[in-house]
Design a protein around this ligand. Structure first.
Ligand code: SF4
Ligand code: SF4
Length: 295
C-alpha cells in the first residue's frame, strides 16, 4: 500500500520519548492560521520557489516544457505539472517539491535503520503530518507493521477525525500526542476552520474509555489562545478527564513563514511575534492543578 508523505526526519527528540524517527504524512482537514507546515496541508505535492536563493540564471526556465516558469522565475501553478525537471537544473536549491508517494515497506525500511538508537533510548517511530489520520487506511497499515517490527509507536494528531478511526489505530499506538488548539469552540472555528467538538470528544474517549497514554499539546499563539480565560478553559478540560494526562505548551515561532511565500500561500499572522517566555503560562496551568510536560 502506498501513501503520500513529505518527510522522514531522523533523530527527533521532541516527538515522544527517546530518540525517534518522525514520518510526516500529507493532508490535513484543518486550516490553523499559524500552521508552521503549510506544505503539509494539501494531500497532493506542492512546489516551492525560494526567491531569496534564486540567482536569476534562467537554467530552470530552459528545461520547463510547459511554460510554467514566469519571467520573474515564480511558478505559474496552473501550468506546472510537477515534473521536477527545474529542481534538478537549479544549482542553488531554489526549487523544491514537497510530497511524494511511498509504500509502507519503503518507509519502515528507513525507520528500522535506527532501531539501535530507539532501543537504547526508549524511542521509536512517530507518525505526524499534516494530519496522519487524513490517510487512515495507510496510517493503519503503517502502525500495524511498525508494531510487528517491535517498534514503539506514537502519533502526533489534531484528532479531527471520527472516533472509529481513532479506535482502529489505538491498539497499535503507545502514546497519542494530541493537540488542543483552543477550548472555546467559536474561537476554534474562527482560527482553525472547524469545530473542536469532535477533537475534545476523541481525547475524552481515548482517555476515559480506552485509558490510552496521552500527551496534550498546545501551540501557544500570542493574542489568540494565551489569555487567562483560554488557559483556564484548557485546565478545566484537562482536569475533567478521568485519567491524568500531562500538558505540553509549545511556543509560537515564525519558522514556517518563508514556506508560505515559497509555496505561494497567504500567511495572515505576519504581525504576530513570538513571546520571549511561556513560563508564566506554564505556572498558571500548574497552579490550576495541571501536570506539565514543560520544565
Ligand atoms: S516542475 Fe516541471 S512543469 Fe513545473 S515548473 Fe518545473 S519544469 Fe516546469
Ligand atoms: S535555476 Fe535556480 S537560480 Fe537559476 S533562475 Fe531558476 S530558480 Fe533561479
Amino acid at each position: 500500500m502506498k501513501g503520500n508523505i513529505f518527510n522522514i526526519q531522523k533523530f527527533c527528540t521532541h516527538d515522544g520519548e527517546g530518540i525517534r524517527t518522525t514520518v510526516f504524512l500529507k493532508g490535513c482537514p484543518m486550516a490553523c492560521k499559524w500552521c508552521h507546515n503549510p506544505e503539509s496541508i494539501s494531500p497532493l505535492p506542492v512546489m516551492a520557489f525560494y526567491k531569496s536563493k534564486c540567482q536569476a540564471c534562467g537554467r530552470c526556465k530552459t528545461v520547463c516544457e510547459y511554460g510554467a516558469i514566469k519571467d520573474d522565475f515564480q511558478f505559474d501553478r496552473e501550468k506546472c505539472v510537477q515534473c521536477g525537471k527545474c529542481i534538478d537544473k537549479c544549482l542553488v536549491s531554489a526549487r523544491e517539491k514537497f510530497g511524494y508517494e511511498a509504500s509502507v515497506d519503503e518507509i519502515l525500511e528507513q525507520v528500522m535503520k535506527d532501531k539501535i538508537f530507539y532501543d537504547n533510548s526508549h524511542g521509536g517511530v512517530t507518525f505526524s503530518g499534516g494530519e496522519p489520520t487524513f490517510q487512515i487506511d495507510f496510517l493503519l497499515a503503517l502502525v500495524k507493521k511498525s508494531k510487528e517490527l517491535g517498534l514503539n509507536v506514537d502519533i502526533e494528531t489534531n484528532s479531527f477525525t471520527s472516533y472509529e478511526n481513532m479506535k482502529s489505530i489505538a491498539p497499535y499506538i503507545d502514546c497519542f500526542l494530541m493537540d488542543v488548539k483552543i477550548v472555546d469552540d467559536e474561537k476554534h472555528k474562527y482560527w482553525t476552520g472547524v469545530s473542536n467538538k469532535i477533537i475534545l470528544d476523541n481525547i475524552r474517549k481515548l482517555s476515559d474509555e480506552l485509558g490510552k497514554d496521552i500527551l496534550i499539546r498546545v501551540p501557544l499563539i500570542p493574542g489568540i489562545n494565551n489569555s487567562e480565560k483560554d488557559l483556564t478553559l484548557l485546565a478545566d478540560f484537562v482536569n475533567s478527564l478521568k485519567n491524568k494526562h500531562k500538558v505540553e505548551l509549545l511556543n509560537y515561532h515564525e519558522i514556517g513563514i518563508s514556506k508560505y511565500d515559497a509555496c505561494g500561500m497567504d500567511y495572515e499572522l505576519r504581525d504576530t511575534k513570538p513571546v520571549e517566555s511561556i513560563k508564566d503560562a506554564i505556572e498558571f496551568l500548574r497552579n490550576k492543578g495541571v501536570e506539565m510536560e514543560n520544565e
